[in-house]
Structures are given as C-alpha cells and as structure tokens.
Design a protein around this ligand. Structure first.
Ligand SMILES: [Zn+2]
Length: 89
C-alpha cells in the first residue's frame, strides 16, 4: 500500500473519530503515536483537533466540580461552529 496516491485520505475520518479517545488518553501508545503522527502531517485534521482540544479545555476549566451548564456548552459549540465556518471559507 506504499504507492497509494493519498495515504492520508482514509486515515482522516479515523483520526477525527478517535480524537476524543486521543485527548482522553484512552488509546494504546501505538495508536497515540499514529494519531499524533497524522496530526503533525495533516493540516485539516490538526485544525479539528485544535478545536476539540479548545472545547475540552474550556469545558474542563468551567466545570471543575459540576457538569458544564447546557447554556455554556451551547455557547462554546456555537463559537466553534463559527470558527469552522471561517476556516473552511
Ligand atoms: Zn487528516
């Protein structure tokens, strides 16, 4: 499979599906290395990853002792959607 014209194409969906596992540290070290390698090489996935990481950090910071209020989550998601729209524009 070394001659594939775009070796990243099939990995992108897998990476984006598993980015939460990656952030949670729920992966094996092999998988973690694989995702990290892909993120280093793939701009679009890295942007998605950055957004997920930002969301997670925001939610974590604002809900140290209780669940994030629905209102806050909605605000954050709206903000991320806006960023994504700007990125793809
Ligand atoms: Zn990718």
């Amino acid at each position: 499979m070394s001659s594939a014209s775009d070796p990243n194409a099939s990995d992108c969906s897998e990476v984006l599906h598993r980015v939460y596992e990656y952030l949670d540290g729920e992966m094996t070290s092999d998988d973690t290395a694989k995702i990290k390698q892909h993120l280093d090489a793939c701009g679009p996935c890295l942007k998605e990853y950055d957004l997920d990481q930002a969301l997670k950090a925001l939610v974590k910071r604002s809900c140290a002792c209780e669940e994030a209020p629905v209102e806050l989550r909605t605000q954050i998601m709206a903000r991320i959607t806006t960023i994504q729209v700007r990125l793809t524009d």
